[in-house]
Write a protein that binds this ligand. Sequence first.
Ligand code: HEM
Length: 426
Amino acid sequence: VAVMESLFLQSPDTITVLCTVGVLLVFYVLFSSFANRQIKEPLGPWPLPVIGNWFIFYVKVGLTFYTFFFFFVMAFISAFKEVWTSIYIPLVVVFAGHKTIKQALVHHDAFSETEVPQIIQDLKLTHGKGFDPAQPVNNSVSNIICSIVYGNRFEYDDPIFTSMVERATQNSKPLGCPSMQLYNFFPRLFSWLGVRKQLVQSAFVNLSNMKTLIKDLQDTLNPGMCRGVVDSFLARKIQLEESGNMNSHYHDDNLLVTVSNLFSAGTDTTSSSIRYGLLLMIVLVFHLQERVQEEMNRVVGSRQVWVEDRKNLPYTDAVIHEIQRMSITIPMILHQTPYTFNPAHFLDEDGHFKKRDAFIPFSAGARACAGESLARMELFLFFTSLLQHFSFTPPPGVKEDELNLTQNVGITLSPSPHKRCAISRV
Ligand code: HEM
């Protein structure tokens, strides 16, 4: 009452100003709280005025400057615009469309006959000694993309291939660093950044390698034979040009960027998930690895694993899903991630695999991962085949709990480099 009395004793100007501010504040709170509620997207916790609900995000890596900055800018922009896009590479690729690429990727599982046996052979050559799995896993998953895109796999010591893989995997960290985030939000202001110039230079080398590979395919194009995505693209381009359509999206620049995007999107993501999965098998509970191996022994035995085996391996499938939940490979897709690894999240009471609709590691909707089916196949085939042939342990003298689960933060989250041993089981 005293406050109200003192308020009304003020001059009319002060009261008008205070009332206006008060009304505006009430409007703002109501508007910012209710406006977003009309969106039919999954809703988050009730947002607070001004700061919204960004604070509830808790990324496993902790509230670093990066996550703080990222969510602050997201919250700031979202206050003005409901729908907006942040793209990491300032180029939009239209490959009419998403479905075409997805189909091209889904129907290729021949790699289980090449890359899987190759990595098993490479790991056998370590003779149970400590090794860092990054390179063999990166090589295998990159080569799968190459087989699909170019219709041809590379030898692992091919200099063009090793250079492309190295750049695709090493660029993840600088691409996700705070200064690159600044550049992504304000490209005109921050185009001078050294890290950006470095990335552009690196992308330039990869693009020129890819250009050479595409040129070779173009020179040997045979309309009766489709070797991969590049051939399909070129065939469609020629078809459209012959019918007089010179303005389609099927042009050389689009082909180059599509090829490059598939290569970078499909390498570090899958490789990091596989490596983190193997690390979890060692660090968490050793029995977990044994339970997967026991199910594998019972269902698959010593024959080669096939994608169709997945439906008969519910426990293994649940473990792979749980690995993806824990690893948060793409940090923009956040799951509730308590620090307990529990495959039961994906199992019903009878031990059957249970799909969780809320679990969307590949995002959803029109911009969801174009390689989801391929990635699922890769995760399943590599994980199962590796555990079928090897048991993974820490290197001699290192205890399980001494291995570091902290991930490197970049555009993807990847396990920090460390050695482990692959002990042959067969
Ligand atoms: C475990 C592995 C993978 C995970 C967790 C993953 C996750 C994702 C996510 C969350 C997005 C959406 C990003 C956004 O919102 O902008 C995405 C996009 C994309 N992914 Fe994957 N991905 C994986 C593997 C792959 C593979 C193997 C490929 C295939 C070559 C691939 C190709 C793409 C492409 C082309 C896009 C862009 C789609 C578009 O914008 O239309 N990804 N991925």
